[in-house]
Ligand binder design. Structure first.
Ligand code: SF4
Length: 233
């Protein structure tokens, strides 16, 4: 049943219009388009999670990119961040191919589901706190559905790291540690054996990968650790 429930959740997320500023932005980007994609029809809607229902590894991002997920309709698909992430997932044996260019490109993930804290592309990649909170129930419902198998969540960046704590309390009924463990690349937080481990990773943004702050081998190490924590390594 979970696969059907996830598909239904994806459908409902795709129709959400709860944040007026983000609805206006995603639709305006879709209408104006970037010159390189002028002949393409943009998705221009919220971007649901991607990956199998029985995922053991969750990868939590910030929000879709205006000309990436907001264009293709699949998270991290069609932008430089996704190029880096999916190549690493392929090296780790968690994706069947290293590239991700369109919803119908044949990409399939193994044991892994990718989702974002905010499901609509925000201006400047910066959702407001109110938008983050409005979108949180979608993440919580998604985590609830994959809870039976989910063992580790890789938080891509500090925003995603912070978005995990409300999920922990809503879905698992567990109070987050106080003070919260700080985000860092390779940081590991495990509240109880009954909830997934939280593993920090610098975001796969161009800002980090072009400057060498996040290298492919650093990403490989994090995914290798995530596989171990998920019982896949
Ligand atoms: S950001 Fe989330 S809550 Fe806001 S409109 Fe998009 S899907 Fe809905």
């Amino acid at each position: 049943m979970t696969a059907a429930e996830l598909a239904e959740l994806d459908r409902r997320i795709s129709g959400c219009r709860a944040c007026p500023r983000l609805v206006a932005w995603r639709e305006s980007v879709a209408a104006t388009r970037r010159a390189a994609f002028r002949d393409q029809e943009y998705w221009g809607r919220p971007v649901p999670g991607f990956g199998p229902a029985g995922a053991r590894v969750g990868i939590l991002g910030l929000a879709p990119a205006a000309h990436g997920g907001n264009r293709t309709g699949r998270i991290f698909t069609g932008d430089r961040s996704g190029d880096v992430l999916f190549a690493a997932l392929h090296r780790a044996g968690l994706a069947n191919q290293p590239t991700s260019v369109a919803r119908d490109d044949g990409l399939a993930l193994r044991h892994t589901r990718i989702f974002a804290a905010v499901r609509c592309a925000p201006p400047g990649n910066k959702p407001t706190p109110a938008e983050r909170d409005t979108c949180a129930p979608w993440l919580h419902r998604e985590v609830e559905l994959i809870r039976p198998t989910l063992r580790v969540v890789v938080a891509l960046g500090a925003f995603a790291w912070a978005a995990w704590w409300p999920a922990l309390s809503r879905v698992y009924g567990q109070r987050p540690p106080s003070p919260r463990p700080p985000f860092g690349h390779g940081a590991l937080a495990r509240v109880t054996p009954d909830s997934p481990a939280l593993l920090g990773c610098y975001h796969v943004s161009q800002q980090n990968t072009f400057t060498g702050r996040l290298t492919p081998s650093m990403l490989d190490d994090v995914l290798g650790r995530a596989k171990q924590l998920a019982g896949l390594g």
